[in-house]
Design a binder for this molecule. Structure first.
Ligand code: KG4
Ligand code: ZN
Length: 331
């Protein structure tokens, strides 16, 4: 008998549902909320309301696309955390009501673990070998993780302030770009050159820092705009390329250090920033076997939630109707 899992993701500003049958993806529906574009960041209250409006439709679409009747589901997995509490509550309550009405197990999933384990979807590609080095780079997290098994994660380095995606989005806001700015900076970078030099932080060990770069860019823009008020508009491509190159160097330098310190040579990328084209190119120079997620698995999605749900189902790790969402859940 096939094992069919419905995954639900609602931790931030994507409402997503996926259907996984025996580890193979049959549907992956993502609704990216557009309400936040003009605000330069996600407004939590708006995000929760948007999840409520979309979730029924998104789940129905996933079941229809997979050609699955809800009675065929063996379990429902959902993002328990980390994320925005109000957003998490929508997905978790919806998953629990499906579990209750269909009398099937409900499985809580850690979003950050899912970003790294999405590589194990049965898609015919070679899989990372345990233990491996994970680099999670998203809007809320920047963390180096030693992954020993599917269920054993150890943080060996993390940001001391802003996450790398947050830095992209805040710097983009200074440039006058819409949220999320990461993909726009990525696109503009390819049209520019590294003309401006921004300082890289000096952080010990395997930790990261991105707030200094953000301040550096802010003061630089203020100074240049005093001389030329059109400075950003006239130099947007070079500004994007200069910032992106600096960020990518910070990430690659830490990865190299982590590879040397741990002797792990399977490196697995996860999170929205791993979609960055410049970074993907630079990773080729690493002395390790690098696993990059498909773009649709890099940014937030429910396929990764369904996959961890499947792994937990196989190992008998179930949740209960009284589990609560955990906004600051650790990996
Ligand atoms: O993993 P994700 O979808 O959501 C979180 O869990 O936070 O990551 C979203 C972040 C945003 O900050 C967005 O600007 C960034 O990923 N991002 C990118 C790219 N695509 C998304 N950053 C740089 N280059 C990209 N191509
Ligand atoms: Zn994420």
């Amino acid at each position: 008998m096939a094992t069919t899992i419905l995954g639900i993701e609602s931790s931030c500003d994507e409402t997503a549902a996926a259907v996984l049958v025996d580890g193979k993806l049959h549907a992956n529906i993502i609704y990216q909320q557009t309400e936040h574009k003009k605000h330069g960041g996600v407004i939590p209250e708006v995000a929760s309301r948007s999840h409520i409006n979309r979730i029924v439709n998104v789940v129905n679409k996933a079941l229809t696309k997979a050609n699955i009747d809800k009675k065929q589901l063996d379990a429902v997995a959902y993002t328990q955390g980390p994320g925005l509490l109000g957003s998490l509550m929508v997905g978790s309550s919806f998953a629990k009501s499906i579990s209750y009405s269909l009398n099937i197990p409900v499985i809580p999933v850690n979003h950050m673990q899912a970003h790294l384990l999405v590589h194990f979807i049965d898609d015919g590609f070679k899989k990372p070998e345990f233990p491996f080095l994970g680099l999670n780079i998203s809007g809320g997290h920047t963390q180096l993780v030693k992954v020993n098994t599917f269920f054993d994660f150890e943080i060996i380095g993390q940001t001391l302030d802003d996450a790398v995606g947050e830095a992209y989005d805040k710097i983009g806001k200074m440039f006058g770009l819409e949220y999320p700015a990461g993909p726009i900076i990525d696109k503009f970078s390819s049209k520019g050159n590294r003309v401006f030099n921004f300082t890289k932080p000096k952080v010990k060990g395997l930790d990261f820092s991105f707030s200094g770069l953000k301040t550096n860019v802010l003061y630089f823009l203020r100074k240049e705009q005093e001389k030329n008020k059109n400075f950003i508009r006239e130099n947007i491509f070079d500004l994007c390329c200069s910032c992106q190159t600096t960020i990518n160097e910070i990430l690659i330098e830490k990865l190299e250090k982590a590879i040397n310190l741990t002797s792990l040579n399977n490196v697995v990328l996860g999170g929205g920033v791993s979609a960055n084209k410049g970074l993907r190119k630079d990773l080729n120079g690493l002395n390790a076997k690098v696993f990059l997620p498909k773009i649709s698995y890099a940014t937030d999605n429910a396929a990764m939630i369904a996959l961890v749900g499947f792994l937990k189902y196989k190992n008998g790790f179930f949740g209960s109707l009284t589990d609560e969402p955990i906004a600051n859940m650790k990996i």
